[in-house]
Design a protein around this ligand. Structure first.
Ligand SMILES: Cc1cc2nc3c(=O)[nH]c(=O)nc-3n(C[C@H](O)[C@H](O)[C@H](O)COP(=O)(O)O)c2cc1C
Length: 306
């Protein structure tokens, strides 16, 4: 199968997931040809006519798809005949409202590109938050194990021609998700509140170089870092700032700084992966529920494959 994975990433969790998907497809069959396309401000319009499997991958932002990603997809031409589609989205929470985050993407594929909705399968991976709070290593390990199983399920469905796998949504989730699209204005408003702490800033200009839409520039007159108002609130600049010098304005109290070493956590067998199971609070119950559901389906496919 000639495959293309089109993805957007803020803090590179989606890039990690995309590489996992790519490796897994290659393991399935070394003849699998997999191209990846990361969407940013400069991504060129891609001809999709040679692909028969297209995978969409993105981080959920306020129960929605990132606006830049949708804008880019609108420029493409999608085909219906002999093409399979997969949505492999990811986010930090298991709230069911996240299920509605693909509505805009579905509508685009269905109404603009006349794609048969049955040919689209959808999966929600979990990766650690880049906002709110930092997940600890045990928590991360447990969700990485969950992702491995979900990926196996995705591959099983693909290879066994199981179609029309959808995440359940309802009128309330759809409505909340729609209302939350207003957060896209947040980047514009917040751009007036970003500040750089020059006592900490090492002038490495990593923030300028990393911004996916070139929204951060060096003001030559003042020699200061300036934020324009096209911000996507992807968090990449503050997340990767080596000296933690960026104040992210209105979202300051939700700031998480510096990356998760996912590969190390994945490989370190001394890290226990029974964190979520031991938690009692409501927030963790959601994770526990989805993990249990995935374990059940995973067992089923292992039994079927015997
Ligand atoms: C502006 C913003 C909004 C977010 N909204 C949600 C959300 O609605 N639901 C959720 O589960 N996670 C949410 N997250 C968390 C991200 O989806 C999560 O950290 C993801 O792994 C980031 O992926 P990336 O590294 O590819 O950007 C949000 C993160 C940001 C920055």
């Amino acid at each position: 199968m000639n495959t293309l994975i089109i993805y957007f990433t803020g803090t590179f969790n989606t890039r990690y997931l995309v590489n996992k998907i790519k490796d897994r497809l290659f393991k399935l069959n070394s003849n699998y040809h997999v191209d990846t396309l990361e969407v940013n401000k400069n991504t060129l319009v891609k001809d999709l006519s040679s692909y028969n499997l297209i995978i969409f991958s993105y981080p959920i932002y306020a129960f929605n798809t990132p606006s830049l990603y949708i804008k880019y997809l609108k420029k493409l031409k999608f085909y219906n005949k002999n093409v399979k589609y997969i949505i492999a989205k990811q986010s930090g929470e298991t709230f069911a409202i996240n299920n509605a985050s693909s509505n805009e993407l579905y509508n685009l594929l269905r109404f603009k590109f006349k794609i048969n909705i049955k040919n689209i399968n959808e999966y929600h991976f979990i990766l650690p938050y880049n906002i709110h709070f930092k997940f600890n290593d045990n928590f991360v390990k447990e969700i990485l194990n969950y992702n491995i199983k979900l990926l196996e399920i995705m591959i099983y469905d693909l290879t066994n021609d199981i179609t029309n796998i959808k995440l359940k949504t309802n009128i309330i989730y759809n409505f909340i998700s729609y209302i939350f699209r207003i957060q896209r204005l947040g980047g514009y408003i917040n751009s007036y509140f970003y500040k750089v702490n020059y006592a900490k800033c090492s002038r490495c200009y990593k923030c300028i170089n990393l911004c996916p839409i070139n929204n951060i520039v060096l003001d030559k007159k003042t020699n200061k870092i300036k934020f324009n108002n096209k911000c996507l609130m992807c968090m990449r600049c503050s997340f990767y700032c080596p000296s933690d010098a960026i104040n992210i304005g209105l979202l300051k109290s939700w700031k998480v700084n510096w990356k998760y070493d996912l590969t190390r956590i994945e490989q370190d067998n001394s890290i226990n992966s029974d964190y979520i199971f031991k938690q009692k609070e409501f927030f963790f119950k959601g994770y526990y529920k989805v993990i249990r559901r995935i374990n059940e389906r995973y067992k089923e496919i292992i039994n079927n494959s015997k």
